[in-house]
Design a protein around this ligand. Structure first.
Ligand code: NDP
Length: 292
């Protein structure tokens, strides 16, 4: 078997095109405007700079107006919280994104909790996490990476209901919300992490395998059930400095039914879901129903 490669980039472009149509409609409303996203970057971490650039470009494609706030690496928490307060109060800003990781002198949780939950387009605020936990779609925002994974599954005709799903990783931004979304769609979910013994025995049970551990090519073909759908969230550099995922594409593509590539898989989908969340935030602020 050679796995179907799930084209995250093409799917992301479709989502961005729908967002563009909706952005234009919102701008045409009486008292309407384009959705607005504020992106805050503290310091000059090279990977973060690339992510911010990609997000800004996606905003341009989707007709979302974006503003970048670049602060020096030695910015203190108070100054960052002051900026967040100003953006919370700015009616032209629908979504606020603070690029992580933050420098050591700033506590990320304090910054995330300071964002107005109505502008929490990354979906990291406690209110968004709670809304996901209790199944409220009308409150908060779904975290972009796991929401993108759910769209990728849908794109290859996978309905999680009744399937065995295994998520490798339990972070607040990927693994945990991913498990909740799969559970919400009626999969039987197992969450594995660094203390899980016999990982391969568990991953081999998965009809849907989501790898989000941040370990270069750790999921090999012998760890995958024949015919499984495998989504690779990982973004790593291998020994040669080459970008790679958590999945060993070569061996896994011989076993899986479908596989998402790195790059060109979850990465672009994460950005597309950020755009979607920003449009949703604008719809809510302009008193429009959720349509995307
Ligand atoms: P974290 O480092 O926060 O979490 C990693 C998780 O994987 C932890 O729960 C950890 O377990 C678990 N883990 C680590 N090593 C192993 C192992 N050997 N076996 C089993 N589980 C293990 O990372 P994130 O969740 O933030 O990100 C995960 C990966 O996804 C990274 O490569 C990141 O770059 C990528 N990513 C990609 C995005 C995209 O847009 N494409 C967006 C976000 C992340 P424990 O809890 O026990 O420590």
């Amino acid at each position: 078997m050679t796995a179907q490669i799930i084209d995250g980039k093409a799917l992301a472009r479709e989502i961005e095109a729908r967002a563009r149509k909706r952005s234009e409609e919102l701008a045409q409303l009486p008292g309407g405007r384009r959705p607005g996203l504020a992106v805050v970057l503290v310091g000059e971490d090279p990977a973060s700079c690339v992510y911010v650039r990609n997000k800004t470009r996606a905003c341009e494609r989707a007709g979302v107006s974006s503003r970048e706030y670049r602060l020096p690496a030695d910015t203190n928490q108070e100054a960052l919280l002051k900026l967040i307060g100003e953006l919370n109060a700015d009616p032209t800003v629908d979504g606020i994104l603070v690029q992580l990781p933050l420098p050591g002198q700033i506590r990320a949780s304090a910054v995330i909790e300071a964002i107005d939950p109505g502008k929490d387009v990354d979906g990291f605020h406690m209110l968004s996490a709670g809304a996901l936990l209790v199944g409220r779609r009308d409150e908060g925002f779904r975290p972009c990476t796991p929401a993108g994974v759910m769209k990728m599954l849908e794109s290859v005709g996978v309905n999680p209901e009744g399937l065995e799903a295994v998520v490798v990783g339990r972070s607040n931004i990927v693994g945990k919300p991913q498990a909740l979304m799969l559970l919400e769609d009626h999969a039987t979910v197992t969450v594995a992490h660094s203390r899980t013994p016999n990982l391969a025995e568990i991953t081999r049970r998965a009809d849907i395998l989501v790898a989000a551990a941040g370990r270069a090519r750790m999921i090999t073909g012998d760890m995958v059930k024949p015919g499984a759908v495998v989504i690779d969230v990982g973004m790593n550099r291998d020994e040669e400095g080459k970008l790679c995922g958590d999945v060993d594409e070569k061996s896994v593509s011989e076993v899986a039914r479908a596989l998402s590539p790195v790059p060109g898989g979850v990465g672009p989908m994460t950005i597309a879901m950020l755009i979607s969340n920003t449009v949703l935030a604008a719809e809510r602020h302009l008193g429009q129903g959720d349509t995307l």
